[in-house]
Design a binder for this molecule. Structure first.
Ligand code: NDP
Length: 259
């Protein structure tokens, strides 16, 4: 499997969940992987797993806080020192901030935007100069079905995730002529710690989980690997004319009319 052979990919929030699945899938396709993650220990652990599974793959774990432009820049510089360049960036790190708009604290608003939107921009800002100079690059931003639809009680997460799509489209157009593609993926419910924490925050976690499985047409949630497969495609040379797009991975849930 060598769809990403000779490419260097930097994945934010790669210590667990969707980011870790993307890092593994990229490694399985031959890419060198930089795991830029807030929790340095989980980044190291995922890097070790990848090294065990794919002896020929090079990995680098860099403790990174995507809310800080300088931290992301340092991760990109470390990647460039280790591997020469960054060909693929996946802005995956994200957090849920779900609150009532009027009782939400200022701190919650800022935390949500710092990770979910500034974090994406910080990643793009750090890799774009190199990509533009080389005339090649693929940036994949992880949005959400909340990028298009509103679920009551989830404010302000969908505001930031709508912004991710706006940022994706704007940068995609700015740098299209330089052959830098910027696309997004909008996952629906994917079974990760983020989702389990969400279920567990409800008074009846099991009922919350069952309710989630009841709504989607396929009667299940997705798995991180199902998002990773699409990230591989967008990162690869199989998608050279896909730009400013967003691929929804939700088993059809957002197409379903609720009465
Ligand atoms: P997880 O919480 O399982 O993983 C997110 C990872 O991002 C964690 O490793 C976390 O580190 C890291 N992270 C958080 N803040 C920062 C930061 N400031 N800097 C660097 N890394 C950070 O989430 P998922 O895998 O479920 O989600 C990944 C992405 O997918 C997010 O953008 C999310 O919004 C999006 N998404 C997820 C869906 C789902 O159902 N799971 C649905 C739609 C979208 P730490 O563990 O240290 O906090």
């Amino acid at each position: 499997m060598s769809r990403l052979k000779n490419k260097v990919a930097l994945v934010t929030g790669a210590g667990r969940g969707i980011g870790a699945a993307i890092a593994r899938a990229f490694a399985g396709e031959g890419a060198s992987i930089v795991l830029a993650e807030l929790d340095g220990a989980s980044a190291e652990a995922t890097a070790r797993e990848i090294a065990n599974d794919y002896a020929e793959i090079q990995t680098l774990a860099v403790q990174t806080d995507v809310t800080l432009a300088a931290s992301v820049r340092r991760a990109v510089e470390a990647a460039e020192r280790a591997f020469g360049q960054v060909d693929v960036l996946v802005n995956n790190a994200g957090i849920n901030v779900f609150a009532d708009p009027l009782s939400m604290t200022e701190e919650d608003w800022r935390r949500c935007f710092a990770v979910d939107l500034d974090g994406v921009w910080n990643g793009c800002r750090a890799v774009l100069p190199g990509m533009v100079e080389r005339g090649a690059g693929s940036i994949i931003n992880i949005g959400s079905t909340h990028s298009f639809q509103i679920i009551p009680g989830c404010f302000p997460y969908p505001v930031a995730k709508h912004g991710v799509i706006g940022l994706t489209r704007a940068l995609a157009i700015e740098y299209a002529a330089k052959n830098v593609r910027v696309n997004a993926i909008a996952p629906g419910y994917i079974e990760t710690q983020l989702t389990r924490d969400c279920w567990n925050s409800q008074p009846d976690a099991e009922a919350a989980r069952k309710a989630t499985l009841d709504i989607p047409p396929m009667k299940r949630v997705g798995q991180p690997e199902e998002v990773a497969m699409t990230a591989v495609f967008l990162a690869s040379d199989e998608a050279p004319f896909i730009n400013a797009s967003c691929i929804t991975i939700d088993g059809g849930r957002t197409a379903l009319y609720h009465d």
